[in-house]
Design a protein around this ligand. Structure first.
Ligand code: NOJ
Length: 486
């Protein structure tokens, strides 16, 4: 039997913007629970929930103050338990987000550290080095008595010191807490970042690394992080039912990324290499080949991801809905596990014109263009949008992109995803590239052929057989189709 995660379609719920169960304008766990049937019907296997733990929300939950409780904005621990159980009843698995690189500055440990107690749990120094925060500005902030602490992200997200045994023991216990509650796995935030070199060496230049960047920097992708993941794998394996770990690791190369998914480490790692590849046949083919080869070299499945809550939505990145739909059929045809970011099944674009006064992402301070609010706008459920006072304004035009508008509508992006996710299980076996006209990608898996035209002109693929699914007239510019061939 194949392990469930090797081919799973996993849907990312950005809890704050998914569905609002209590009408306060912020998505919550009751909202997610109400929409589980929608996710089941969409055809995904598992749901990854972004952090819903107690947090001052300086980085929207990636600043955790209590890892064992739910923030009141999102509900209660009982809501989390009910959500996990109901998902299981529907045959959906639940993955939660664990944030081990840093805590919130409101975490009890950091509050104690400010008073001078237990500073060894963080990185306190008498003098800062030249490291920069990913959100811009220095990665060090000075406290009242003159010492400085390290924060690779916001100053409200102090980095933990993973050389401290107490830090390691605490996370073992946190993992067990959620595993005992029934979660099927963890998405591990900044999985490449926990261990820093002891001498904290200067980098020597500015503009060091950006979100999901692939530059080599001393504070990321240190070999010693693998000991932690190996240890966590033991914990995961000590529970029944194949609980998994998914690395959010920005590695400098596919080879370095593959180290995170060796057989005794994590199960999957997000494929940001694929996500960052432009809409170009040759480049995408190279990214696919490299991803498949490096994952296979360690016996792991490849993963595929086009969008998430940290990057511009791919409708906007690729420049059109037609391309995004074609990219979806390409992605969902590839061997391995695929991630779907909430709203991509509706074809949502990035919202580029949010007024400054509503924008909240700390990263926008780096430069206005890098803010992530535009991919976090709440999901439109109905023609009237379905939100009372949403925390970020939803463009009124999204009524026509809403679930209500697209449900059952022939040719809609929602129905395209539904069909693709349903048909996906018939795509089995390895990928075989077939001869293809310039600017196109054609490959077979078993008796199904996926043909993608990435050019701006129509192409005759000369395929015969049954047309299973198509984003447009087969062969149209920026389109993709699945065929069952003899
Ligand atoms: C990666 C998360 O996806 C992002 O949203 C967050 O800001 C950083 N890690 C810091 O936790």
């Amino acid at each position: 039997m194949t392990a469930w995660w090797r081919e799973a379609a996993i849907y990312q719920v950005y809890v704050r913007s998914f569905a609002d169960g209590n009408g306060d304008g912020v998505g919550d766990l009751i909202g997610v629970r109400d929409r589980l049937p929608y996710l089941k019907d969409l055809g995904v296997d598992a749901v990854w929930l972004t952090p819903f733990f107690t947090s001052p929300m300086a980085d929207f939950g990636y600043d955790v103050a209590d890892y064992r409780d739910v923030d009141p904005l999102f509900g209660t621990l009982a809501d989390a338990k009910a959500l996990i159980d109901e998902a299981h009843d529907l045959g959906l698995r639940i993955i939660v987000d664990i944030v081990p690189n840093h805590t919130s500055s409101a975490h009890r440990w950091f509050q104690e550290a400010l008073k001078g107690e237990g500073r060894q749990r963080y990185h306190f120094r008498d003098r800062p080095n030249d490291w920069e925060s990913i959100f811009g500005g220095p990665a060090w902030t000075q406290v009242e008595d003159g010492q400085w602490y390290l924060h690779l992200f916001d100053k409200e997200q102090p980095d933990l010191n993973w050389d401290d045994p107490e830090v390691r023991a605490e996370f073992d216990s946190i993992l067990r807490f959620w595993l005992d509650l029934g979660v099927d796995g963890f998405r591990i935030d900044v999985a490449h970042g926990m261990v820093k070199p002891h001498d904290l060496p200067d980098i020597g230049h500015s503009d060091q690394i950006r979100m999901i960047g692939a530059d080599v920097v001393p504070y990321f992708d240190n070999d010693a992080v693998h000991d932690i993941h190996r240890h966590w794998r033991h914990i995961l394996d000590s529970y029944p039912g194949e609980r998994i770990g998914v690395a959010e690791a920005w590695a400098p190369s596919p080879e370095r990324l593959a180290l995170y998914i060796r057989p005794d480490e994590l199960h999957q790692a997000f494929n940001f290499h694929y996500l960052s590849t432009p809409w170009d046949a040759a480049e995408l083919r190279r990214a696919v080949d490299e991803s498949l080869a490096t994952a296979a070299s360690v016996g792991a499945p490849a993963t595929w991801v086009l969008s998430n809550h940290d990057v511009k939505r791919h409708v906007t990145r690729y420049g059109s809905l037609a391309r995004a739909r074609a990219a979806a059929l390409l992605t969902l045809a590839l061997p391995g596990s695929a991630y779907v970011y909430q709203g991509e099944e509706l074809g949502l674009p990035e919202v580029l014109d949010l007024p400054e006064e509503v924008r909240r992402d700390p990263q926008r301070l780096r430069d206005p263009d890098s803010g992530r609010d535009g991919c976090r706008v709440p999901l439109p459920w109905s023609r009237d949008l379905g939100w009372r006072r949403p925390w970020l304004p939803i463009p009124p035009a999204w009524g026509e992109l809403s679930v209500e508008a697209q449900q059952g509508a022939e040719g809609s992006t929602l129905e395209l995803y539904r069909s693709a996710l349903r048909l996906r299980e018939h795509l089995t076996g390895d990928l075989r590239w077939l001869d293809a006209p310039e600017g196109t990608l054609v490959f077979a898996r078993g008796d199904v052929v996926c043909a993608v035209n990435l050019t701006g002109a129509p192409v005759d693929f000369g395929l015969t057989g049954d047309l299973l699914l198509s984003t447009d007239v087969p062969g149209a510019p920026d389109s993709a189709a699945w065929w069952k061939v003899k």
